[in-house]
Design a protein around this ligand. Structure first.
Ligand SMILES: NC(=O)c1ccc[n+]([C@@H]2O[C@H](COP(=O)([O-])OP(=O)(O)OC[C@H]3O[C@@H](n4cnc5c(N)ncnc54)[C@H](OP(=O)(O)O)[C@@H]3O)[C@@H](O)[C@H]2O)c1
Length: 310
């Protein structure tokens, strides 16, 4: 089979095209492109079918698992594919690891080291119990996230653009340092003992629930990440589509009830905004995938993220 690889402007990316076996898969085509270009390893490549000139439709993206024949449309001898360079990629595990390791390491710096003296504070620093518990709570949260990244989540996307590492690290690292600065500040005023206990108690319960939600999501896929998207069910998923985001939001609420800083509540508001948008998209996708037609199950009626509001 002759495969012609062109750019979006129609320029030939591989001079003279590629000769592949008739039974070759898209993955094999990607390997063949990599061999000829060196720079464009498979996860950097996005291959689509060409569209007629002026078409406003979305192009069909070639799945690496499928055979090239499936995209040939009867003319099995020739195939033209459109190549796009997605730029340097990192695995999702690497992306998440760098996101979470920042807050995990930065927060204790404000607790253990004389940061405030260095910043000009002259008085003695008295550490309140709530500041110590907040350190444990915070570190447990990010340690849990790193462990889940490596041992629980079954990602469907292999990689993400390197630029996302910088964007996501800027978000998590900046908020981590911002909250740590205020919670550990020598002039920090603790809340009452009862409020602290309610906040942390509720927060820990939500963190455990969040972990259980991730286990339920993990069980929807096989270990190699295949299985696509399924209807999550069991525990809070019977009521809300994104129970994992719901418990994540509530565990930050627990942390904020116990520590009570403006910085913490700003982070909660931003995280709520981000996760609400993602939850809406995930809810729409599940409703579209499971529309009850052609023998597919119908997605049941559920809240999206925060019953009874959304
Ligand atoms: N504080 C914050 O600002 C913030 C923001 C976002 C997330 N988080 C936390 O980080 C966690 C991970 O978030 P995330 O958005 O990366 O992932 P996610 O949507 O919570 O999903 C976790 C894993 O489950 C898979 N999954 C989700 N829905 C599925 C379904 N219906 N069928 C099969 N598999 C499914 C995902 O697959 P895919 O690989 O296909 O997505 C992913 O591998 C969240 O649950 C939350 O605790 C925090």
């Amino acid at each position: 089979m002759k495969v012609t690889v062109v750019s979006r402007s129609g320029r030939e990316v591989i001079k003279g095209g590629l000769e592949l076996n008739d039974s070759a898969t898209v993955a094999e085509l990607q390997e063949a492109i990599h061999k000829r270009t060196k720079k464009f390893y498979p996860s950097r490549q996005r291959l689509t079918l060409p569209l007629p000139p002026g078409s406003k439709e979305r192009p069909t993206v070639l799945s690496y698992k499928k055979s090239l024949k499936e995209y040939c449309d009867g003319n099995s001898g020739n195939l033209t594919v459109v190549f796009k360079d997605l730029g340097p990629q990192v695995s999702y595990r690497t992306l998440f690891f760098f996101e979470y390791v920042g807050p995990l390491l930065l927060y204790p710096v404000f607790y253990y080291f004389p940061v405030y003296q260095f910043l000009g504070y002259k008085g003695e620093r008295v550490i309140h119990p709530v500041q110590t518990y907040a350190l444990y709570y915070w570190c447990f949260h990010y340690f849990k996230r790193i462990m889940e990244t490596f041992f629980v989540h079954r990602f469907s996307h292999a990689t993400s653009p390197v630029s996302n590492v910088f964007r996501n690290c800027a978000y998590y690292w900046t908020f981590g340092a911002y909250i740590a600065y205020y919670v550990n500040h020598p002039l920090y005023t603790p809340v009452s003992d009862l409020q602290m206990k309610i906040g942390f108690g509720f927060g820990v319960l939500c963190q455990i629930s969040n972990f259980y939600c991730h286990i339920l999501l993990k069980n929807l896929r096989s270990p190699d990440g295949t299985g696509g998207y399924q209807i999550p069910s069991g525990f809070l998923f019977n009521i809300v589509t994104c129970a994992n985001y719901t418990t994540e939001i509530y565990q930050w609420l627990g942390f904020n009830i116990a520590t009570q800083t403006v910085a913490g509540y700003i982070f909660l508001a931003v995280a709520f905004f981000i996760m609400t948008n993602w939850a809406l998209a995930k809810h729409r996708r599940l409703k579209k995938l499971f529309d009850g037609k052609d023998g597919k199950p119908k997605y049941p009626r559920r809240w999206i993220i925060l019953p009874p509001f959304l």
